[in-house]
Design a protein around this ligand. Sequence first.
Ligand SMILES: [Zn+2]
Length: 172
Amino acid sequence: MLLLLRPLVDAGHQGKAMVCADGCVRRVHPILAAYIADFPEQCLVGCNKESRCPRCLVKSKDRGDLEECTYRSMVDTLKTLQRKRRNKQSNKFDMEGLRPVYEPFWKDLPFTDIFACITPDILHQLHKGIFHDHCHDRVTPRDSARPLVCYRLKSDRDWTPPPLRIHLRSDN
Ligand SMILES: [Zn+2]
């Protein structure tokens, strides 16, 4: 990734002449603004353990609480990683749940805050995490182990309401 994004370092600082959609040539400064990845990769990019948040400093046991938490800082994270590399011991390294990625690819990228670039993992967090693993298991027909049937419409005239024999169950 470091090699792949290396051209962005100079182009981001000095700009690069590019042809725009209207045909005019303009000096642009391409920057990394979003990083779309699944959760394990987000943690690797953020140099943190997978039990921690890749964007903020919330503790493992407090994840999911609605409390505001301090965002991770690139400068602080890089300092802590370098300190850990030199001394092998760092309380801050352990407290922030970091892991030893001493040369993160984003360290020289201009105008980039990698922790702000990380987007929600829609596939795993929303689709699989909430709808599949959480809701799907709880919304099934009561008298059958069959999963909830999806109704596909050919046209508006074909629409029929789904049967109302769907019951919610709770693990409590
Ligand atoms: Zn967080």
